[in-house]
Every structure is written in structure tokens, then in C-alpha cells.
Design a protein around this ligand. Structure first.
Ligand code: DSN
Length: 425
């Protein structure tokens, strides 16, 4: 496939080659990124990109669905099996659409919804003011406790009782601690609200048994498929049987037209991979690596929001280092360590130049880093911070990072062993 591309479009071929080299030659710490397997990559780049399939298996608006129906049903069945859910919809183009479809299947424009504020670790689509979810709904936002950096469930319950939202959203994009979905479910139940849980970041940890699953406690669970879950870029919704019909209608025709069948094909493969002991080991190692890295960073004088991590990500509060998040993120990038600057709760600095840095361990774990390498990465981060204005030192660190990367290659995508068994379900 690549040699056809090389002949036809050498420019794009070369740019893809450069991006592959970049992904291989740096430590990727953006907690929402990962490396997919060769099998996922092949399925996602397959001829399924050629097919329109509006509707759902057995009920399409175009003909020629002999194969697509089987693929989508397989993806649905695998999703239901790994998440132990009654019903799955694998069509959302990504997490934002999935969240909006979930909200619109349980509430109407003008209704009140309640989610975690973006600067406290929530997502735009949890009702933040610049998102459509903050415009069409009456959005109430909860925060983390300013002293602990953690959820104060009593305060969230009080807010719910005061504003009586129709939907309460649990889940986050920059919250380093376990989320008690059972309590969220109870808070919603106590006021007669629906509970939507967004597990985009932690879906792989949920499947791997490293994080509590919201499936028993939420009306709808929303996720992306490409973060810790390690599938192609996409979205997915899971729900209780009673919501299946309206949730499906909310995705199609409510929000979307034709599903991206090539992505759904890749999702099916990723879900088969997630149903293996190797995936469980990976999820465990993601959390172990994050714990070790967080401890080393704190030993090196970094402040971590909430004092550490329980999951795959860490949020560094850089105020004590007197380095803005963006400045450190850019210096790290030059040293081949890729992260993202991020707001911290109650950040005194503006969102485009915030005080925090968000890092995570999924991608580095996929390429084989363990505790020893997690410590090395923490030390690299510290050295970059100490030499923030010293380009020679940063270049030197970059060489050491490249050497480390060369010992853990991911040039042609790893292959998940299946112990000779074929993926079924
Ligand atoms: N942009 C994603 C993240 O990086 O967390 C959330 O959608």
C-alpha cells in the first residue's frame, strides 16, 4: 500500500514517513494518544473506507451491506462483551459527537445538565460555555476541591440538589484519580436525573480492570476508541437496554449520516485485542508506570495536582518551578518528549498560557517502557525544566531520549499475540 503511495504522491508519502519517524523517535506523553497495532492499522486503512452504510445492521438505506452488517454487528458484540453492556453503538465519529448524542437522547435543548468544568479537568462537551453543549443546554458546572484537587462528592450532590439537572455527566480529561461512578449514579438517582459517564480517557483501564466501570451505574456510557483503549480514532456509546432505541436514533439520523465503516472495522479489531490477557497486562503497566513516574517527579520537586495519580495521567502544577506550562511543553518537545500544556484547577494564568502540564503513560507503555524507563523519563523532564533556557543542554537531553527510544522501537506497529486463537464473538 505504501509503495503505491510513494509512486503516486511522493510528497504525502514522505510526510507520512516523517510522522512515523517522529512517533518512533520521541517519548509520547500526551495521555490521550497511543500507538495502534498493525492489525488495527490495516483494518482502518482497508476498502471499508469505500462503503456508505447509513442506518444500522439489517436496516440500511443503501444496498451492498452483506459485509458491513457483519462487521458492525461484530464490533457491537465485542463492545458489549468487553464492557459488559446491554447495548453498543459503534458509529459516533468521535467523542464530542458521542457526548452530544448521549445528551440529546436523554434531554432536550434548554434542559439543565451538569458536568465537570473544563479548567478543572472536564471536557468541552460536558457543558463548557464555548461548546454547543454549553449553549443549547442550561449548563451547571462542578469543580474539584481546591485543597485536594479531587472530587468533593458531597459538594457535587448539593449542587445537584440545588439545580436539579436532567443529566449529570461524570468523567474527565485531566483528572488523575479514580472516579467513583457508583456515587455519581446515586447522586443522579437521588434527584431523578440521568447519569452519562464519559470514559474516553480510561476506557482501556476499565476493560483491563484497573478502573471501576461506570456501566452498572450510568444510563449511557460514552467513550472514544483511540486513547487507552488503543483503537482507531472514533467514538462509541454503551447503554442500558431501555435507552437503546432513542440513543441509536440520536446518533443516526439525529447527529450523523453515514458511519465510517473503515473506523468501525478498526474498532472491531481493537476490541478483540482488548479482550486478551496481553491487554490486561498493558493496562496494569500503564498505571504502574504512571505511579512510578509521579513519585519520581514529586521526589524531583514537582507539584502534582491531587498529590499523584491513580490512573494513566498526571497534571503538573508548575507554579513552584516558575515555568509556564507552554514554555516547558515546547522545551520538552525539542528534547523529544511530547506533552501538552494544560490548565490546573483555579489556574491564575490564562488558558492559552496556563500553569500546568499534562502527561500520561499509555503510548510509552505500548512501546514497552516499564518502571525503569518511567523513572528515566521523569528525570529527563526534570533536567529540561532545570535547563529551560539552555538550548545546548536540551539538545543533549534529546539525544539521550532518542537513544532510549531506539531501544524500544515502534516503527512498523506492534502485533498483539493471540496465542494461536482467532478473535471471535
Ligand atoms: N482532546 C482529548 C484529550 O486530549 O484529552 C479530549 O477530547
Amino acid at each position: 500500500m505504501m509503495s503505491a503511495l510513494e509512486q503516486y504522491d511522493p510528497l504525502i508519502y514522505e510526510l507520512i514517513r516523517q510522522e512515523a519517524a517522529r512517533q518512533s523517535g520521541c517519548v509520547r506523553l500526551i495521555p490521550s494518544e497511543n500507538y495502534v497495532s498493525k492489525a488495527v492499522m490495516l483494518a482502518t486503512g482497508s476498502c471499508l473506507t469505500n462503503k456508505y452504510a447509513e442506518g444500522y445492521p439489517g436496516k440500511r438505506y443503501y444496498e451492498g451491506q452483506q459485509v458491513t452488517d457483519l462487521i458492525e454487528t461484530t464490533a457491537q458484540n465485542r463492545a458489549k462483551a468487553v464492557f459488559k453492556a446491554d447495548h453498543a453503538n459503534v458509529q459516533p465519529y468521535s467523542g464530542s459527537v458521542a457526548n452530544l448524542a448521549a445528551l440529546l437522547s436523554l434531554a432536550n435543548p434548554g434542559d439543565t445538565i451538569m458536568g465537570l468544568a473544563l479548567p478543572h479537568g472536564g471536557h468541552l462537551t460536558h457543558g463548557w460555555k464555548v461548546s454547543v453543549t454549553g449553549k443549547i443546554f442550561n449548563s451547571v458546572q462542578y469543580s474539584v476541591n481546591p485543597d485536594t484537587g479531587r472530587f468533593d462528592y458531597d459538594q457535587i450532590a448539593d449542587l445537584a440538589k440545588k439545580y436539579k439537572p436532567k443529566v449529570i455527566i461524570s468523567g474527565a480529561t485531566a483528572y488523575p484519580r479514580q472516579i467513583d461512578f457508583k456515587i455519581f449514579g446515586q447522586i443522579a438517582k437521588d434527584i431523578g436525573a440521568f447519569h452519562v459517564s464519559d470514559i474516553a480517557h480510561i476506557a482501556g483501564l476499565v476493560v483491563g480492570g484497573e478502573h471501576m466501570s461506570p456501566v452498572p451505574y450510568a444510563d449511557i456510557v460514552s467513550t472514544t476508541t483511540h486513547k487507552t483503549l488503543r483503537g482507531p480514532r472514533g467514538g462509541m456509546l454503551l447503554c442500558k437496554a431501555e435507552h437503546a432505541n432513542k440513543m441509536d436514533k440520536s446518533v443516526f439520523p439525529g447527529m450523523q449520516g453515514g458511519p465510517h465503516m473503515h473506523t468501525i472495522t478498526g474498532i472491531a479489531v481493537a476490541l478483540a485485542e482488548a479482550n486478551t490477557p496481553e491487554f490486561v497486562s498493558y493496562a496494569r503497566q500503564v498505571v504502574k508506570n504512571a505511579k512510578v513516574m509521579s513519585e519520581k517527579l514529586m521526589e524531583l520537586g514537582f507539584n502534582l495536582v491531587s498529590g499523584g495519580t491513580d490512573n494513566h495521567l498526571m497534571l503538573l502544577d508548575l507554579r513552584s518551578k516558575n515555568i509556564p506550562g507552554k514554555k516547558l511543553a515546547k522545551a520538552l518537545d525539542r528534547a523529544r518528549i511530547v506533552s501538552n500544556y494544560n490548565t490546573i484547577p483555579n489556574d491564575p494564568a490564562p488558558p492559552f498560557n496556563p500553569s500546568g502540564l499534562r502527561i500520561g503513560t499509555p503510548a510509552m507503555t505500548t512501546r514497552g517502557f516499564k518502571e525503569e524507563q518511567a523513572v528515566m523519563v521523569a528525570e529527563f523532564i526534570s533536567r529540561v525544566a532545570e535547563n529551560i533556557d539552555n538550548e545546548t543542554a536540551i539538545e543533549e537531553i534529546g539525544k539521550e531520549v532518542l537513544l532510549l527510544c531506539s531501544q524500544f522501537p515502534v516503527p512498523d506497529h506492534f502485533i498483539i499475540p493471540n496465542n494461536g486463537k482467532k478473535a471471535i464473538v
